[in-house]
Design a protein. Structure first.
Length: 202
C-alpha cells in the first residue's frame, strides 16, 4: 500500500515549486478525463482532447500528470470514489453487501468497460498493471479491508480468515467472473457471495 511517506510512483503527478494546484481545476480534469473514457474510449482520451473538454491547458495537465496512464487511473479512481463509496461508519456487513452489489452494477456498465481499458492501457505502456494497483487498487482495497477488520473485531462474522483475503475472495471473484464473461453478474449474486465468504451472524 502507498502511505503518505511513500515516494511517488512512476508517472505520479509531480509537485513543483510555484502556485499550489487548484482542487477545482484538478477535479475538472479528472471528471473530464473519465467522461471522455466512458463516452469516446481511451484512444480518444488524449491530453489534447482533455484540454479541449475542460478548458485547462495541455501544459498544466501534462505538468500534473506526465504519464498518460497515471491520468487515466486517477480519473478512474475519482469516479469510483463517487460511484462506489466505502463509508467508514454503519454496519460493516451491510456496507460490503451494498458495495458489492453496486460494484456488479458498475461492472455491467460503462464503468466496467473503462476499468478493463485502463488496466489494458497500463499493461501496454509499462508491461504490468502496477500503476493501476498502486494508484487505484491500493486505496480501494485498504478501505475495504478496514471495513472487514471492523466486522471481525465487532464479532459480526464467523470467518476468521485475514481481512485482506476475505476482500480478495469477494472482489477478486466478481472481477474474474465479469472480466472473462463467465456469467452475467447480478446484485443478488454479489450479496450472496458476500454472505458465503463472511458468514455473517445476523
Amino acid at each position: 500500500m502507498i502511505s503518505a511517506a511513500s515516494p511517488p510512483a512512476s508517472g505520479a503527478p509531480v509537485r513543483r515549486p510555484g502556485r499550489p494546484r487548484s482542487t477545482a481545476v484538478q477535479q475538472a480534469i479528472l471528471q473530464g478525463t473519465y467522461l471522455l473514457m466512458a463516452t469516446k474510449g481511451l484512444s480518444a482520451t488524449t491530453y489534447e482532447r482533455v484540454a479541449a473538454a475542460t478548458g485547462v491547458s495541455k501544459v498544466t495537465i501534462y505538468k500534473w500528470w506526465p504519464s498518460r496512464e497515471a491520468l487515466l487511473v486517477d480519473a478512474f479512481l475519482d469516479a469510483a470514489r463517487s460511484f462506489l463509496p466505502l463509508p467508514d461508519d454503519g454496519h460493516p456487513v451491510a456496507i460490503v453487501r451494498a458495495h458489492a452489489a453496486s460494484y456488479v452494477a458498475a461492472l455491467n456498465g460503462a464503468f466496467g468497460r473503462v476499468q478493463l481499458a485502463v488496466i489494458a492501457e497500463c499493461i501496454a505502456a509499462t508491461g504490468t498493471a502496477a500503476t493501476f494497483g498502486e494508484r487505484y487498487l491500493g486505496e480501494r482495497r485498504a478501505a475495504g479491508v478496514a471495513i472487514l477488520k471492523r466486522a471481525q473485531k465487532e464479532g459480526l462474522i464467523r470467518s476468521t480468515d485475514a481481512a485482506a483475503d476475505l476482500y480478495d475472495m469477494i472482489y477478486g471473484t466478481l472481477f474474474y467472473q465479469s472480466t472473462f464473461g463467465l456469467k452475467r453478474l447480478t446484485a443478488g449474486a454479489a450479496r450472496r457471495l458476500v454472505d458465503r465468504v463472511l458468514q455473517p451472524l445476523d
